[in-house]
Design a protein. Sequence first.
Length: 135
Amino acid sequence: MSRTPRSRLALQAVLFQCVKASETSNLLLVDPARELPSSLKEISGQAIQVLQYDQITAHKMVKLRPELVLAPLLSERFDILDLAKRLEEFGFSGKLRAYSRPLPNISAIRQEVRAAHPQLDFDIFTLPVDEFRDN
């Protein structure tokens, strides 16, 4: 019998808390880490959509109507400030959650994003360190 790796169990626990605490049922994952979609499958009651950053358009935002957008804090193609700006341009004013490996300055990053995009409900949560994940 195969066992779920500890890092995946920890990831599921963190994601479960994030999604349940936000009390949303319509979730958009942007450029997710490879293990995120499978980890979220076990959270019932969620409509989960996955888009790459460059697939986000005004039309798709209207069609999908996400209540919560979940994305990496930093990726090769964008950072959370880029995403927040794009989401606002397309009329999104909901919950934006970033995930990241543990960083020493999370509160400063949180303040910077909230100051630049006060109409978004923004927060960051940290994921367990995993040698196979960049963020």
